[in-house]
Structures are given as C-alpha cells and as structure tokens.
Design a protein around this ligand. Structure first.
Ligand code: F0G
Length: 487
C-alpha cells in the first residue's frame, strides 16, 4: 500500500484552504429539510441532538465515531474476510497491523473503545484508587468510577483557555502529577492515563516531551502508563507540525514512539481506523494474561472480540492508513480552516484548532444563558434548527449531578462540530460557517433548556429537554425574515 508524506500546497491568490487528497467514488444523498420541519424534528427529539433521526439531518457533525469515510482498500479487504469463531485469518492480519503500527505484541480485540475501558478498569482499578489523567472522557470516567476509582485531571493552566496559542493544551502538568502521587501514595495509583488529542477540551494534543516527563515520574514510582489512542493519528500529526524536534520524523515513527511510552495502549477503532471495534495492546505478557480472561466473558472469543471479521479486515487496513499523512491530516486541516474562518467572524472558537471537530465556546456565544440552563445544549439545538447541521453538546448536560442532586457544572460548555475524516467537502464546510455566523449575529434570540426526562447514567445520550420559553419560535421567525423560503 502506497502511503504519502504530505507536502504543503502553496496558493497563487490570497485565499488558502485545504485541498482534498482523495476522490469521491461512492456517495450518499443528503436532504436539507425546511426550517419548520427542523423545528418539529428537534421538538420530537427532546432538544437532544442524539435523538434526531438522520433523515432530518443535513450535515451530521455529531461525531467522527464510526462515521469516517472508508478507503477503497478498506472496503475491498472486507471481501477476503475469513469467517471463523476461533483462529480467523482476519484476526491475525489485524494483529500484524497493530504490531507494525503500534509496536505492541499482544492484542485483545473488543467491540469498541468503552469495552476496552471496561476491561482495563475492572482489572486494574480497586476501591479507593486514584487515576491521574490529562482529561477524562465520558465513558472512561463512568467505567473507572464504577470500579471504585476516582479520577484526577491534572491538565496545565492553558488547557481550559478558549483562546490560546499553546500548541499542546493536552499536556499533563508534571508538578500536579508529583503532588498527587505524594498526597495519595503510589500504591493507590494503578496507572496514569494519557488521552491522545484530548477529546473533551477541544481535541488538544500532548507533546512527546510531555510523554517523556510523565514516563520519568511513572518509572520513579513504578506506576504503569496507559494510553488512550483513539485519536492518536491526529496527535501524531500535531507533534510533527508543532514540536520542532519531530518536524522531519515520519508519522509512522512518531506513532511508534508514542506507544513505546505506554505499558498498555487501548483504542476505539471507530475513530482511529475508520471502522468499528477496538482493542487493547501491550508488550507485557503478565498484563496481557490479567486482562485476557475478561474478553471472552464480555466481548467474544479472543480472535474476534465482538467484531465481525469484515470489520477486522478493514481495521487492519485502516490502521496502516493511519501512517499516511494525507489520510490523518484531512480532518485537522478542515477543522483548522473552519476555526480560522469563524475566528475571523468573531465567533468564539477554541484555538489552536485541534482534532475531531471545531469547538465553539457556548458560554461566550450565549453569555445571557446561565450554565444551569445548558448553553452548549441550547446552541446545538439552535444550530440544528437554523442549518440542519447536527453537532454535539459537550458541557453540563454531559456532566452528572452531585449527591444533593445539583448539576456539577462542566469546566467548559462546548458545541462540538465534528469533521469525520474525508466525509464533508469544502463547500459544505462553507455552508456551515455561513450559518454559524448568522446564528452568532442573532445569538440574543437563543435561550436556555431544562430537563424533562433525565436518565441516571450518561444522561446526555437519552435525556429529553425543553426550551425554557418560546425562543425557538422567535428564532425561526427571524430565520424566515432573513432567508425567506430558502432552506
Ligand atoms: N476514548 C476516547 C478518547 C473517545 O473519544 C471515545 C469515544 C472513547 C474512548 C470510547 O470509544 O465510542 O468506541 O466506545 N468517543 C466518541 C465521540 C463517542 O463522539 O467522541 P467508543
């Protein structure tokens, strides 16, 4: 398989923009429904974009999970899948790809990323343990707490700043890490978790230097390091772009280096290799044996782990393609374009641009909506109504309540507009920018939300909300005034 190191494209004119390094050969029809239909759809979905039906969605920017475009090589690999409960050739091809790309010998397949979190948490976390990390992911935190652990986010002071030029906002603060281990004792720290392209703070990467520093602390105390590699390709791309020491290093070598620091690497294949599934890998046979028995119990036999063999084949190819710069830089370069254009229009977006999506700061977009009325959720609903574009709330709705039943207010209220790899075109991106800009100009019309149905666990998935007043009708009226019968 031929992979390509990217070379910068220079422009003759003043405008710079990303250029797709692929051609589109299979397409799916999209519909942009009239604004009244969109208002009806979001009402039926309880103002929760997770509950929308994609027949009502124009640009689905909810997530990149399981929605990245597959390559021709991935699709064709599925035809040679070897159907077998045990010992499938497809598994051995995937194992080889993982050994090659991540440099780990022992591989446990699981049905998706959170299944890996379940296995790792059950095996290594006991009641009273503390787990330091750059930042949590929703399912990570839920699994760790379910097993009696408490998570500590020891990010640097830059991490939560909306506007920043810090290239590595996903770094762990080494002083805070040392202080935490000193306070609780190394015996209570089963591992340190580092998440590549830290999802919930805007897809922000960490540096190799930070990994070195964390590893030195871990080694001094005999603590394991666990790497969440779901967005490792993009983090490697940012290292190449932003960490001068690695500007001439290949993505393949950067990926290997990142994995070398970790005792255990786990990932959601729904992100990293544009397929479904996930995996856990290690070079340590004892660690492998400790985790192995949970896989047949929760996932399936050790050579399929809840995945279909077709997905396993496509995963092997997808992992190899993660070493191709023109594959892994596609999403970050579109995000960078969207961030730059929105920033120019004064829309509050997280900078520097990160992985996964363009993140809008709902607290400064909607300063009149109190955090208790979920500004990020309200913004997600409002953008859907006026554009048909579906983003994801990453704020207090995605948080939990404390023991008194009060919301634990999220550190950040973000609307995430995901750019799944090689799915959207530049003109669709321009449409999105135009509509977000219009919404920003009319932001005073957007009001808050309140829960009407609230599940006890991971409430953001299935919870139903309602607007606190008639704001959606007023927003639609203004949209029609400005756009007439246009979609
Ligand atoms: N770790 C990270 C960093 C993730 O972003 C995700 C999923 C998971 C673990 C869990 O993996 O979904 O395969 O079970 N992130 C998706 C998202 C859901 O939309 O950001 P999973």
């Amino acid at each position: 398989m031929e992979t390509q190191q990217s070379q910068t494209i220079k422009f003759f004119g003043d405008e710079t923009f990303p250029v797709e390094m692929h051609k589109v050969r299979i397409v799916q029809k999209l519909f942009l429904r009239p604004v009244e239909d969109r208002l009806k759809a979001i009402n039926e979905a309880g103002y929760n974009t997770f509950l929308l039906n994609t027949k009502d969605v124009f640009l689905d920017m909810l997530t990149d999970s399981g929605t990245n475009a597959m390559s021709d090589n991935q699709v064709s690999s599925m035809l040679k899948a070897d159907d077998a409960y045990a010992g499938s050739q497809s598994f051995y091809r995937m194992e080889k790809a993982l050994q090659e790309v991540f440099g780990k010998k022992y591989i446990l397949p699981v049905h998706q990323g959170r299944a890996a979190e379940n296995v790792v948490s059950q095996v290594f976390i006991k009641k009273g343990d503390v787990i330091p990390m750059n930042y949590h992911f929703t399912t990570t935190k839920a699994h760790m707490e379910l097993n009696g652990g408490k998570i500590f986010e020891i990010y640097t002071d830059e991490a939560l700043k909306i506007k920043s030029d810090n290239p590595f906002k996903g770094n762990i603060d080494i002083d805070k890490l040392n202080a935490l281990i000193e306070k609780y004792g190394a015996d209570r720290v089963p591992f340190i978790r580092m998440e590549a392209s830290t999802n919930l703070i805007g897809g922000q990467p960490f540096s190799i230097q930070n990994m070195r520093d964390v590893k030195a602390v871990a080694d001094r105390h005999g603590i394991m390091m666990v790497l969440d590699a779901s967005l490792i390709g993009e983090n490697a791309w940012f290292i190449k772009q932003r960490e001068p020491e690695f500007k001439n290093t290949s993505i393949k070598d950067i990926l290997r280096l990142m994995c070398d620091f970790a005792d255990i690497v786990y990932f959601s294949s729904r992100k990293v290799s544009s397929t479904r599934g996930g995996g856990i890998c290690t070079n340590d046979h004892d660690l492998f044996l400790k985790m192995r028995d949970l896989v047949p119990l929760y996932e399936g036999f050790l050579t399929y782990g809840g995945m279909s063999v077709r997905e396993i084949e496509a995963m092997a190819v997808g992992l190899e393609e993660t070493t191709d710069e023109t594959v892994i830089n596609q999403s970050p370069s579109f995000i960078e374009y969207a961030v730059r254009e929105l920033d120019k229009r004064n829309v509050p977006v997280i900078t520097p641009a990160g992985a996964l999506g363009c993140h809008i700061d709902a607290m400064s977009f909607l300063p009149h909506v109190p955090q208790q009325e979920y500004p990020a959720g309200a913004l997600a609903a409002a953008l859907y109504i006026i554009s048909g574009c579906r983003g994801m709330e990453r704020g207090t709705i995605s948080s939990v309540r404390d023991e008194n039943g009060d919301d634990i207010l999220a550190d950040m209220e973000l609307l995430r507009l995901a750019f799944p790899r090689r799915v959207f075109t530049l003109s669709q991106t321009k449409f999105l920018i135009d509509r977000v800009h219009w919404l920003y100009k009319n932001r005073k019309l957007v009001g808050g939300l309140k829960f009407v149905e609230e599940p006890a666990v991971l409430r953001f998935f299935m919870g139903r909300l309602a607007p606190v007043n008639e704001w959606p009708d007023k927003l639609v009226a203004k949209f029609k005034e400005d756009f007439g019968n246009s979609l």
